[in-house]
Design a protein around this ligand. Sequence first.
Ligand code: 5AD
Ligand code: SF4
Length: 456
Amino acid sequence: MRKVHLITFGCQMNKLDSELAAEALAAAGYALTDREAEAEVVVFNTCSVRDHAERRVLSRLAGLRSRREAEPEFRLGLMGCFAERDGEGLLARLPYLDFALGTRQFARLPEIIAGLYPGGRRAGFFGGREGEAPGVGRASPRGRHRGPQAFVSVMRGCGNRCSYCVVPRVRGGETSRSPAEVIGEIRSLVLNGTREAILLGQNIDAYDRGGGGLAGLLRRIDREVPEETGLVRLRFVTSHPRDIGRELAATVRELPRAARHFHMPAQSGSDAVLARMRRGYDRAAYEDKLAMLREEVPGALVASDFIVGFPGETEGDFLATLDLVERAGFQNCYVFKYSPRPGTPAARDFPDDVPEGEKRRRHREILAAQDRVNRRRGDGLRGSRLRVLAEGPSPRDPGRWIGRTGENLICVFPPPETGGDPAGRLLEVEVLSSTSLTLFCRVAGEAGREPGKDAP
Ligand code: 5AD
Ligand code: SF4
């Protein structure tokens, strides 16, 4: 049994792809190992969204070069977005790299690795749009658990053309999976202990199979995987502000198990920047969507992404973004410094003209503003009762447990003494104190139905 070690960079979709690749490898008789030192094959699942993500992979790869040259049986490969974007170039530049598999080819990983032995031939580059449909590796969802949660891809690729983004190029156009396939996968995950399914799509509101869009899919999952199966919560990411609609929001309100949380990246609060980003909405339209979500789903929280230092971003543009963050009361903000990506319209058309130090300052200020929002919310929640799905021991303090509310708020609490293993249980907790990202709680009891749309 050859031992394979997978190292994952990038987004949730990449994490899922690594899990699927691991399943395919295990089914083909490979042993997965967490320890790089004992692996005969190391595969990096790569990200291309920013230059930094690519550079990290290159430096990790370079660190393994001497081992590749010294050990006759040791092999190195790439999969994922960077492999898709530049696999051929990388193989030409890095003689110690054995293969690069594009984003839609990873189901072939076992076959490609088998082809490397015996003899030590390089396998080369496998890319392009043709290849496995999204449902690869469904055979056995072992190893798919992150505590009680599991990712399920419902669509892949992206049909938008945001000017800064490499994703449409490296992951191709949109393809949705059929509801039957998605539901079959959720059922088998639930049989293996999953309590919360996190549906993934780069632009999930564009889901278009089975009628009724994403709202239709959620309703079907709700009907066909009832609560008695053990599935207590459903989430989905990521929503595009232009595409997310009232019908979907109403569905989230009506389904007790749908989490009251949306990830709807704004990217900027300035109309001029949004236009150059080709996002397809302006500031007012974004704020209308926020208001719509809150009206339809009382108590819902929304998370956002922002890019600072986009070409031509003035101090005024930046202040508009800061203002949006201060007013919107996001659950969380993921803030990124603009990074020109080869082949994108922004990299071609606009000089990367905001100095690095300025990007850093803007990055810091947006995070500080969100930090203030989080602290205010935490203070306001003190004394209130929330329903959390318990996940497992806190990585920082193994004596305490961590769990999440439907709104994606992170709670830390001493595990309950009764009822056995708390993992996967819905608990009612009372908030005692908070920091920006964590609510410190005590367990007040078992919670009933999730997510308690009547909860405070
Ligand atoms: N530079 C910086 N951030 C980017 N993102 C996407 N492309 C770029 C880029 N070229 C950010 C966006 C997106 C998140 C996943 O990454 O905010 O929502
Ligand atoms: Fe995910 Fe985009 Fe990075 Fe690919 S490039 S791993 S889709 S974030």
